[in-house]
Design a protein. Structure first.
Length: 317
């Protein structure tokens, strides 16, 4: 059963961009001991340098989105995906040489892996799946997928990076979403509708010890680990606005980074830990920004007539 860091203060349901179809409590089953998932290594993470920025954009036209890279100052924009349909939510491998992403090029969302320049695209899932994130070893990918057969909302799964050995980690009836692997390899952070609203949870990388660490009636979601694994950035509506917040890995020491300066989404830490990259609302568009973890030096890095979203910063070991 999931552990709750402090008692829920009522079953308040906030208005969210992602609706939940079912709100019920459920029991949770830890992965069996013989499952080859998530080795609890706990090795100290090594910080990387900042490379290219990967992002999703509507600039390709035709009502689709594709993946692009650019330099950290917004120059040198290069389109990586050109297939029919949309591609979205790219994630860098720890060595910065590969990208996992989601695409509906076959008619439904699946996970794919490609080289950093867009070559050698390989489909690695065969069921409805989204939002990939690499393990720090680069050998596994955590992602969200509907149960097979599809009988409910998304849950969190893990697989080898080639798509083999797919293992379900959460068994909620409500949706679990947007998982990210800790830099030490010991934990996975994700958002869940389990308590009746979206909160941030952590669990061991084998699916055990699922714990609500944000426990707030407002929306908390799209978490991102700091490179050291000591802080988590996330989007929250607890201030009455879409802000980027950070907290310790156990949910303590909350800090509002953007402080209503801009309506912010999908944070991602720079590999060296000095900045947080995110998408922000400008008029009717989404554009990309950086800000320091202390809330200073808000900088716009895309300035165009398209929606630019879901950024990720390339690690350069």
């Amino acid at each position: 059963m999931k552990l709750v860091r402090r008692r829920l203060m009522g079953a308040l349901l906030c208005a969210l961009a992602i609706p939940a179809s079912v709100v019920v409590a459920s029991a949770h089953m830890a992965a069996a001991p013989n499952m080859a998932v998530g080795q609890l290594s706990g090795a100290a993470p090594q910080l990387s340098s900042n490379g290219l920025i990967l992002f999703t954009s509507s600039r390709s036209g035709g009502g689709t989105t594709q993946l692009y890279t650019m330099n950290a100052n917004g120059t040198g924009v290069t389109e990586l995906t050109k297939a029919p349909g949309s591609s979205d939510r790219g994630a860098w491998s720890p060595d910065g040489t590969k990208i996992a992403f989601m695409s509906n090029r076959t008619g439904s969302w699946r996970i794919y892996v490609m080289n950093a320049n867009g070559s050698n695209v390989v489909q690695v899932t065969t069921h409805l799946s989204r939002w990939p994130s690499w393990s720090p070893s680069g050998t596994q990918i955590v992602y969200m997928q509907t149960p097979v057969p599809p009988t409910g909302n998304y849950n969190i799964f893990v697989m080898n990076s080639n798509g083999s050995n797919q293992v379900r980690l959460t068994t909620d009836v409500p949706e679990d979403c947007c998982a990210a692997w800790s830099p030490t390899g010991t934990q996975i952070v994700y958002e869940s509708f389990e308590p009746g609203n979206y909160d941030i949870y952590t669990m061991n990388s084998n699916g055990s010890n699922q714990t609500d660490i944000s426990n707030n009636p407002a929306y908390d979601g799209t978490p991102s680990w700091s490179p050291t694994g000591t802080r988590i950035a996330f989007r929250s509506l607890r201030s009455g606005s879409n802000d980027i917040w950070t907290m310790n890995a156990n949910g303590t020491n909350l800090f509002n980074v953007t402080k209503k300066k801009i309506s912010a989404r999908t944070p991602d830490w720079s590999p060296d830990g000095s900045e947080i990259l995110f998408s922000g609302v400008v008029g009717k568009l989404m554009q990309l920004y950086t800000i320091t973890p202390t809330g200073t030096n808000l900088t716009r890095i895309t300035n165009d007539a398209y929606n630019d979203t879901d950024p990720a910063w390339q690690p350069v070991p």
